[in-house]
Design a protein around this ligand. Sequence first.
Ligand code: FAD
Ligand code: 2HG
Ligand code: ZN
Length: 516
Amino acid sequence: MFARSLRQLRRPILQQRWAHIGHAHANLRAVTSSDVEHFTSILSPSSVLSTLSPVSTASAELDSFNSDWMGKYRGRGNTVLKPRSTAEVARIVKYCNEHRIGIVPQGGNTGLVGGSIPVGAEGQEVVLNLGAMKDVRSFDPNSGILVADAGCVLESLSTYLEPHGYIMPLDLGAKGSCQIGGNVSTNAGGLRLLRYGSLHGSVLGLEVVLPDGTVLDQLSTLRKDNTGYDLKQLFIGAEGTLGIVTGVSILTPPASASINNVLLALPHFDNVVPLYRQVRRRLGEILSAFEFFDRQCYDLVLRHGQQPALPSDEVSDAQAFVLLETSGGHKEHDEAKLGELLEELLGAEGDAQLVTTGVLAQSQEQFNALWRLREGITESIGREGKAYKYDISIPVPKFKEAVDTVRERLRERGVLGKSPGGVSLVLGYGHVGDGNLHLNVVADSYTDEINDALEPFIFEMVSGYRGSVSAEHGIGSAKVDALKYSKGDASRLWMKKIKDLFDPNGIMNPGKVLPP
Ligand code: FAD
Ligand code: 2HG
Ligand code: ZN
């Protein structure tokens, strides 16, 4: 099993680099210089980066394609291909399938589960980076339907839509780098899911290059289409294991005329759930985000350069923070609704007092600054140390219990506060409206001691809550072992059958999602 071999491999290299990956995929062979020659006949020479090409690329130039965003996983690909069209993708894939060369589709490489870099032995997979496919194919301002190349960066699509009065139905902290094809392939959730739902709903069609090189044209722009099996759904969240998404048709919502956000400080985490209920009741259809982060997160982002939104003496007792956003069509109406809610919250006394203080953004600049406190957490964690990331779905009332349980576990194992080689922080934040907790453990290095204290402990805990071991980031290579905690035998068997049906030679993103 892939995950077992990964663990075996990790031990001897522990001293140098915790997660340098490189076990052989039995079914695949390494790229040779004659393969590179062939790729150069398909693509323009500048679209082929390879240590084997006649104009050899230094392996350092391949580093950014072989390393993940967290700096946790490092692959050994010797060739990166950057096709410019679907036809080019199809020709590469067909060749790789015939010659048993693995392919790792790569978008913005912002994934957090080691899915977008090779995990095989040196040169067994080419990295197929979609970054050069970045055109908007069409946009209909009447319906809001956008058709775009998979390599379009999420933020650039938002910028494209702005003058038309539309927004993308998803938003995430990685928007400046992640691509719509990567978003679809991970079924990314993010900050707007509460309002606009998942990509399974807003994606109307896909163009996908299948593992044999066939182009599956399902790039529908229809809202309704009940003509048999909805194949495109299989590729949403498939993490590149079933094919390469080259085009996306997506329904975009109109931009709201009025947007507000508020940061609230809570004395106890236990107030989050009653607050959420009250906020939903009061704000109804205009509530567009309800995000939570704990005290440690707040202190962390301030330590890493964000400006405090509230005077420190007013929040000295706060144990949790909630960032809520409203988006609606009528400024006066929305502001009145929000004003009433805030008056009610800040006027409450005794047990009814859910928040101690709060701040309502008064300008675009303040609005952005409040969001940066929330969106900046992941980056601040990256600056603070090495993150062990758990992206879990569990009941919201259990969020704090889960974080505390893990902290206690690390204390018992003697790794909390240990220096060097220990854990400095155990943090909780996430998307309350979606029941999605980001439980992050920050340490000064990646070690087996910490990993063994955390896994499978956390997965068993999640399973005990009947939750999911991956709410929105996917399985990648990091959670292959954990899949069984959320998907039973029959589900995994049928997933494997689907994988084998689409990709009998196992070339598509090998070692990801399912064990080989
Ligand atoms: P990559 O990282 O390049 O790839 C991710 C996976 O998709 C890999 O398995 C890859 O093989 C596959 N893939 C990529 N492109 C294609 C394609 N065209 N066809 C087939 N397979 C493909 N995620 C959330 O869900 N919600 C968040 O709020 C969120 N916030 C984040 C904030 C930060 C600061 C960071 C660094 C990450 C965050 N993420 C979040 C995780 C990540 O940004 C998302 O998973 C994103 O959708 C990945 O897009 P990408 O283009 O970077 O894909
Ligand atoms: C977020 O919601 C992202 O900010 C990233 O999903 C979470 O870094 C993480 O664990
Ligand atoms: Zn998230």
